[in-house]
Design a protein around this ligand. Structure first.
Ligand code: ZN
Ligand code: ZN
Length: 220
């Protein structure tokens, strides 16, 4: 969607990258001009240019999960910014095999740099004056997380929740049972007014998904 979302104290820029049309985001604080890249999924130069265009300096690289379409530009972004990489350790088996997996799917992925920080559920991350809560939402992958900026009423949901759909659960390490729990948690605990920015496809809101998303309303 290559679209910018503007808030009083923050801007979120997005860029669609790679053969799987992955949404990567730059979220920055207007006060300190510090920003995070959320999912270095491809087109490293494009992501860096987006940050520059918005006047931001990248201080963190936050990964929603380790699928290849979300990590393909990680080495490049790390080299250019020296920013620390944050990811949940439950996705390490995929992270460590990304180069090999990439070959199978037509991605040329340089060996990934080691993680700098392990995310955990409930952790609060700072991006300038912005605060993100980490929600562990396994199912699409064991270490899938959403970054929830409560003050902005925005959640970057990775491949857990999409507009009208959900992430695949049939890939290696996927779990339909875990996904059901993660979707219930979103439905019950994420305020309806929350803007959802997904790993693929257009933006939506929690309210809209509660109304129309069949995967949020199954088994009840
Ligand atoms: Zn994925
Ligand atoms: Zn994806």
């Amino acid at each position: 969607m290559n679209k910018n979302f503007d808030f009083k104290n923050a801007t979120i820029g997005s860029l669609v990258v790679g053969p799987l049309q992955t949404n990567c985001y730059v979220i920055g604080c207007k006060i300190t001009k510090e920003a995070a890249i959320i999912d270095a999924g491809g087109n490293g130069p494009g992501l860096l240019a987006l940050a520059e265009e918005l006047g931001f300096t990248i201080v963190k690289i936050l990964q929603t999960h380790a699928h290849i379409d979300h990590v393909a530009a990680l080495s490049e972004i790390k080299d250019a910014t020296h920013a620390p990489i944050f990811m949940h350790p439950d996705d390490l088996p995929m992270y460590e095999n990304a180069t090999q997996m990439g070959k199978m799917f037509g991605y040329d992925i340089a060996p990934l740099p080691p993680l700098d920080h392990h995310l955990e559920d409930g952790q609060i991350l700072e991006v300038g004056k912005l605060k993100a809560e980490v929600w562990l939402l396994p199912g699409h992958s064991p270490g899938s997380v959403a970054f929830y900026f409560r003050d902005l009423e925005v959640a970057l949901s990775g491949d857990v929740l999409f507009a009208g759909s959900m992430g695949r659960v049939d890939l290696p390490f996927g779990s339909p049972a875990d996904m059901n729990k993660s979707l219930s948690r979103l439905k019950n605990d994420m305020p309806p007014s929350t803007l959802i920015l997904s790993g693929h496809g257009p933006e939506t809101t929690m309210e809209m998904e509660i109304k129309r998303n069949p995967f949020l309303n199954q088994g009840e």
